[in-house]
Design a protein around this ligand. Structure first.
Ligand code: NDP
Length: 290
């Protein structure tokens, strides 16, 4: 059976990996990128270079967008909206759920069907079925193109609301960026004290690798709205993170990261949660958001 032809717009590291995966799987691929030279090696591998965005859109029904954000999408597609009718746009560019919902409406207004996606792996994970991408949007559109999208990564459909894939993606990035930066900060404190990143690696792996047991322990309590201080108390957390802040300061390291955590812990304690678990912060954060 002939493979579905695909257009890929956006040839950053991610889009390039996607084109590579489609070509490897035997899909005809048309490409367009603002900086045209980024397509050169892909064209040498068999991709077709579209001279214009309009040409790229008209080449195929299925169009994958891999761009920095939604501003880039509008910058690229606004001048060619007449070519959007009948296309299926799969936007794998990161942005907020609200901007993604607005983008879906905008595309529908121009006659395109639209899926949002949040890729959960770096470019090296593209082409691997063990990797995963969140998708959301009309179910029948997702199902019609799932087999082709599986060439990129495994697919994790989250629902009809186009905001869902970016929501799950951004929740993931919330954990990823803050957790990874906590490690970078710890490495800075270690290095200031003559301990290399390599020396720290076993401890870092054990500490961060041990987090799942905390998540599993606390999750049912959070969902039950219970934050008993039987295992940890926020007041203890305040004292503990103060020690972390002072250790960073004494080491000549910028303490702003643990200091931000200290500020939130203190706010929680002042709100009356000093005797509760740190998980009570979920209420403190929630109030701030509301
Ligand atoms: P890049 O930011 O490197 O990709 C940029 C692409 O967007 C390029 O094709 C660039 O064109 C284009 N672009 C940006 N701004 C404009 C504009 N104003 N007008 C026209 N084109 C524009 O991102 P990646 O390739 O790394 O990632 C793509 C998406 O995937 C992002 O949303 C990212 O958050 C997400 N993602 C990335 C991961 C990663 O590890 N890289 C992991 C998971 C998700 P040009 O080449 O001309 O600059």
């Amino acid at each position: 059976m002939s493979k579905t032809p695909v257009t890929v717009i956006g040839l950053g590291p991610m889009g390039r990996a996607m084109v590579d995966a489609f070509l490897t799987a035997g899909h005809p691929v048309t490409v367009w990128n603002r900086t045209a030279s980024r397509a050169d090696d892909l064209v040498a591998r068999g991709a077709t270079r579209a001279a214009t965005v309009r040409e790229a859109l008209l080449a195929n029904e299925l169009v994958v967008l891999s761009l920095t954000d939604y501003d880039a999408m509008y910058a690229i597609l606004e001048p060619a909206t007449d070519a959007l009718a009948g296309r299926v746009l799969v936007n794998l560019s990161s942005d907020t759920p609200a901007r993604s919902r607005a983008g879906a409406e905008w595309a529908a207004g121009h006659g395109a069907r639209y899926l949002t996606g949040g890729v959960q792996v770096p470019p090296s994970g593209i082409g691997s079925p063990e990797s995963s991408t969140f998708y959301s949007g009309p179910k029948e559109v997702f199902e019609a193109h799932q087999a082709t999208l599986r060439v990129l990564t495994g697919t994790d459909y989250r629902g009809e609301d186009p905001g869902l894939a970016p929501l799950y993606y951004q929740i993931g990035m919330d954990m990823f960026w803050t957790a990874l930066t906590s490690w970078v900060h710890a490495v800075a404190v270690a290095r200031a004290n003559g301990i290399s990143a390599a020396d720290l690696l076993p401890q870092a792996t054990e500490t961060l690798g041990g987090l799942p047991q905390f998540l599993e322990f606390y999750t049912p309590r959070i969902d039950a709205g219970e934050h008993p201080g039987d295992v940890d108390r926020l007041a203890m957390g305040v004292a503990s993170i103060e020690h972390v802040v002072h250790t960073a300061e004494d080491s000549g390291v910028d303490p702003s990261l643990p200091a931000a955590v200290l500020e939130v812990f203190r706010r929680g304690a002042e709100a009356g949660h000093g005797g509760d678990s740190l998980t009570s912060l979920v209420e403190v954060f929630g109030r701030k958001a509301g």
